[in-house]
Design a protein around this ligand. Structure first.
Ligand code: MN
Ligand code: MN
Length: 468
């Protein structure tokens, strides 16, 4: 053995996926990513992602847990919570008290929500007021085409779906920005203040209608159009949930098409690969489960977030339908023996901003799925910090299956930080580790991921389900 060979054996370095996969794997990667782009275009809100996941689950033989009285090995079930949160499971052959293998991803993404009373007229134009959701950089949102997605409950109780700006001949919306010629004051402001939350107003119309008695003629024209198309009145906005998202479609990026650029990849890239993973599980020993949650971007709160009792309640019902009953002791055993991959995106080293990363402990686009032992900020605060034993276990499963993976922290020490659902899963007394796809331009309207990492994330979830 030469010194070079010995050095390679003794030392560790990350690998590039493209240099280490076969042509067949590369083709499987491209095929998976073509399907993923469709998933992104059809699922731009948590509600739409749940609908899409349901459609995929049904075509893969999953049944509604409500319609099943008894469960046995091989059965595939799903449950939807309030149209924004879905749980799926493939029942294993082993005693469920030995634990389940859970993968959890989130399907909410940073965006602009319409305020409850949003419509107003100003300077001859009609606009909609918004309140941003999650961690956005506000300067990303003016001067790009925007689409409107959501649900309005009209006076008669009908639920009306809104989806405007996605079809080629649909109109889009936008937030206007100041021309550079008159931006003298704006341009010297701090970036956090250059665009203010209250100026993220959506242009929705500009054609006045009605006779001289109507004071707000442009607002009137928009109200008439909304009424004709959706049978809604201004009052119906009060209960509506309408989300403003980028109107563009997911695209291949780069001459070699090695990347995908799209809105909402945090964390739909992990939601999609988790779904593909659980659909490909065949006769698992341990019960395989997936949960796609809402509200991660605002702290996992609410009845559709990871902190909701929905997860535990669904697991208890599954235990009951397998064993005929579910005691507290039995439930506790299941949860304590379970393992979870909190599948969420990581921050890829950005060539334009290398200084925020410490490169020995950062993830690189193209170098595979990223395992994050801990997240947090200011001395790992609020991180669940996976144990050495669990990190070893997961790393071994991935290695044995030929998955290419890397590890990462979120940036340099004290550069910032962040959290995921992992800490809330850990609170249940379950082993959990964060892992997912490294992302460039995270939380922007056009996030970028490497296809190789998407493929390796899918392979990771499938290996975890099959082999843990
Ligand atoms: Mn995320
Ligand atoms: Mn996020």
């Amino acid at each position: 053995m030469t010194d070079k060979e010995l050095f390679d054996e003794l030392s560790y370095d990350r690998k590039n996926v493209y240099e280490n996969i076969t042509d067949e794997e590369k083709q499987a990667m491209f095929d998976l990513c073509d399907e993923y782009r469709v998933f992104l275009d059809e699922g731009k809100t948590e509600r739409e992602c749940v609908e899409k996941a349901l459609e995929m689950a049904i075509s893969n033989g999953f049944r509604n847990l409500d319609d099943v009285n008894e469960l046995k090995a091989g059965d595939k079930v799903y449950r939807i919570n309030r149209n924004k949160n879905i749980f799926l499971a493939v029942i294993g052959s082993e005693d469920i008290e030995k634990g389940i293998n859970l993968v959890g991803a989130h399907i909410d993404s940073p965006r602009l929500d319409l305020k409850q009373n949003p419509l107003y007229e100003s300077t001859g134009m009609a606009l909609l007021k918004t309140h941003y959701y999650g961690g956005i950089k506000k300067y990303h949102w003016p001067a790009i085409p925007l689409a409107m997605h959501g649900v309005v409950i009209t006076k008669d109780g009908n639920s009306v779906k809104i989806n405007i700006g996605e079809k080629d001949n649909d109109p889009v919306f936008c937030i206007t920005d100041l021309l550079p010629h008159l931006a003298k004051d704006q341009m010297v402001k701090k970036m956090t203040e250059g665009i203010e939350g209250e100026s993220l107003n959506i242009l929705i119309g500009g054609m006045p209608v009605g006779d001289s008695d109507v004071k707000e003629k442009v607002k009137f024209s928009i109200l008439k159009l909304l009424n004709a198309k959706y049978n809604m009145t201004e009052r119906d906005f009060l209960s509506a949930e309408i989300e403003i998202v980028p109107a563009f479609k997911a695209r291949n990026v780069g001459l070699d098409e090695s990347f995908i650029g799209a809105y909402g990849q945090d964390d739909r890239v992990c939601a999609f690969t988790t779904l593909k993973g659980i659909f490909d599980v065949k006769a698992p020993k341990r019960t395989a489960a997936a949960i796609l949650v809402d509200k991660e971007e605002i702290g996992s709160t609410g009845n559709t977030g990871m902190l909701s009792a929905f997860f535990g309640m669904t697991v208890a019902e599954i235990i009951e339908k397998i064993n005929g009953s579910c005691s507290m002791t039995s439930y506790n055993k299941v949860i304590s023996n379970s393992a979870c991959l909190s599948s969420d995106v990581g921050a890829a080293v950005d060539p334009n901003y290398e200084y925020v990363s410490e490169k020995k402990n950062a993830s690189f686009a193209g170098c595979g799925m990223v395992l994050m032992k801990y997240t947090g900020a200011r001395g790992k605060s609020e991180s669940s910090d996976a144990s050495a034993e669990f990190v070893y276990q997961i790393g071994k499963i991935l290695d044995d299956d030929g998955v290419i993976w890397q590890t990462s922290e979120l940036g340099k020490v004290d550069q910032g930080g962040g959290g995921t659902i992992a800490q809330y899963v850990a609170n249940l007394n379950m082993d959990v580790i964060d892992c997912g796809v490294p992302v460039l331009s995270m939380h922007s309207p056009f996030e970028v991921t490497a296809k190789s990492d998407i493929y390796m994330a899918y392979r990771s979830y499938l290996a975890f389900y099959n082999n843990r």
